[in-house]
Write a protein that binds this ligand. Sequence first.
Ligand SMILES: Nc1nc2c(ncn2[C@@H]2O[C@H](COP(=O)(O)OP(=O)(O)OP(=O)(O)O)[C@@H](O)[C@H]2O)c(=O)[nH]1
Ligand SMILES: [Mg+2]
Length: 343
Amino acid sequence: MRLYLAIIEQKEFQMPANLTPQYFEAEKKLKTAKSPQEKTQILEELLSLVPKHKGTEKLQALLKTKIAKLKSAAQKKPTISKQGPTHHIDKAGAGQIVLIGPPNSGKSSLIKSLTNANPEVGNYPFTTRVPYPAMMLFENTQIQLIDTPPITPDYMEIWHSELIKGADRILLLLDLSCQNQAEILYPLLDKLKEKKIELIPDDQTIPSEAHLFYKIALIVANKTDLPLTEKNLNSLKNALKPGFSVIPISVSHGKGLEGLKKKMFSILHVIRVYSKVPGKKVGFEDPFTLKKGSSVMGLAKAVHKDFAQKLKFARIWSENKYQGQKVNRDHILEDEDIIELHI
Ligand SMILES: Nc1nc2c(ncn2[C@@H]2O[C@H](COP(=O)(O)OP(=O)(O)OP(=O)(O)O)[C@@H](O)[C@H]2O)c(=O)[nH]1
Ligand SMILES: [Mg+2]
């Protein structure tokens, strides 16, 4: 917004405007006006204070244009995205795992027991309505978990399927208190398919067809503490596609959770590498997490671009294999290797 319109106009057009002190007083207020409504009011006041003669015609026109622009902007409806809220969550930690499942399977309860977060838990469907991120510590590595609303045959918002498509991995949590597991599972998988998402087991190669989003998923069955769940677990195993296995847990009794955390880390396909400074102790509490299959060079890049450019060789230590041997930049790293980069 141009301020001190009158001064500029007078300079530009070399015509005496004979503006009053009230005009200049009102003009000062423009500087502090915050809302478009306030600005419009002040501009209208200025227009009323401008003496009406040939020398102020340009100024009057300018004020009128500004008022018209502000009024038309105020009338425009706010643009609402057709997609609704994005609910985008930035990734953090070694990987992002999105928890999905039917209502009441215990998704929020699981997040609550694995992290310091406190999502709402309730014995009724749709307790969770928006995504809820939380960080889970696995040994010395943080993994991001995201709680989501339930999936039902007739309910799944666009942002929900987008969140699943963007996730590193999926954890499908089912409720073992339900007798016919196929009746719950198949409509849920169909709903995902409708959104172009297909869950696949960890060891399956991702098909190359581009029309579906293939997401590596863990299938977890909760509430083993309840009666008859042994039978229901078998019904679930029979309902699953070949290649999938089920991890049975009880969040309430804290059963199976340590094994589940290990599995969550392992499906991320990442390794932890400790970068050691020559002559100093290794900091085991803060590893670099790299994609499985990364080389010494991959670590050098993660540490600093200078290391990547100037790297000559590295020394490696690992529990059973190496005790400080020299390796080159293409050497493939493994989980928990200790590396000393030399430049
Ligand atoms: N018996 C038993 N009940 C559980 C277990 N885990 C969760 N629950 C109960 O199951 C109910 C649903 O738990 P939530 O964690 O809210 O389930 P949710 O999957 O997040 O539910 P939505 O947000 O509605 O999808 C609550 O009453 C929990 O106390 C479990 O291991 N055993
Ligand atoms: Mg919930």
